[in-house]
Design a binder for this molecule. Structure first.
Ligand code: DX5
Ligand code: ZN
Length: 224
């Protein structure tokens, strides 16, 4: 049974000229998702620890940094200092994933792994017990506002089976192209952590209403 859906707004498509008030609008979410891009691992540049630090005092939400960077090892302590609670790293961006996960945990942060759409689940078998979340990219990373790749749905189901079979307390996150319709699909497949950027920050409805509607999908799931 899914213990309830968590929602993590991504600020990548928020109004960068007014981030303090954008973040205040999503106070009813569960996490704030910070997309960190270095222009090498993905063909886009976003922001660094300084922005996380600037926002830290303006919201009670815990921050997760989604590192879409080469050499993620060098960013663990700067983001810890900036007040981030969880760091998600890509196995595609490091040579020593196990050591990197240990480094994140040793710094007192929660560790998560994000997998690009084409990266197989087997990549994380050895580190799965150390993770509080596996984030399955439902788009190729680098930009907000893309369409969900439907081929990732079976991967969500397979990961749910593996986590349930192993009796692990690890969330299944999805990231990219999530809206009310695709959220229902990924939750039905076994996801319980929803990252959404465009759907929350570039919507007719107020962010709080969009977040509430996404969470509603989780209670509907439990009622099934
Ligand atoms: C893409 C990022 C996602 C993205 C989500 O590389 O990891 O978090 O910002 O944005 P939407 O929800 O607009 O697809
Ligand atoms: Zn992300």
């Amino acid at each position: 049974m899914i213990a309830g859906i968590e929602v993590a707004p991504s600020i990548l498509n928020a109004d960068f000229a007014d981030l303090r008030s954008e973040v205040a609008k999503v106070a009813t979410a569960d996490w704030l998702h910070l997309d960190i891009m270095d222009g090498h691992f993905v063909p886009n540049l976003s922001f660094g620890p300084a922005v996380a630090e600037a926002l830290r005092a303006h919201t009670a939400l815990p921050f997760e940094a989604h590192l879409m960077v080469e050499n993620p090892e060098v960013y663990i302590s700067p983001f810890k200092e900036a007040g981030v609670a969880r760091i998600l790293v890509h196995p595609e961006g490091t040579i020593h994933l196990h050591r990197l996960v240990q480094q994140i945990k040793a710094s007192g942060l929660e560790a998560g792994v994000a997998l690009n759409p084409a990266t197989p689940l087997g990549t994380i078998d050895l580190v799965l017990p150390d993770l509080t979340i596996v984030l399955l990219m439902t788009v190729n990373p680098g930009f907000g506002g893309q369409k969900l790749i439907p081929g990732v749905l079976p991967k969500i189901q397979q990961l749910r089976q593996r986590i349930t079979k192993a009796g692990l307390d690890c969330r299944i996150g999805v990231d990219g192209g999530i809206n009310q319709t695709t959220a229902a699909e990924v939750i039905a497949a076994g996801a319980d952590f929803i990252v959404a950027g465009t759907h929350i920050f570039r919507n007719q409805e107020e962010p709080a209403q969009v977040i509430a509607a996404l969470k509603q999908l989780g209670t509907a799931k439990i009622a099934d």
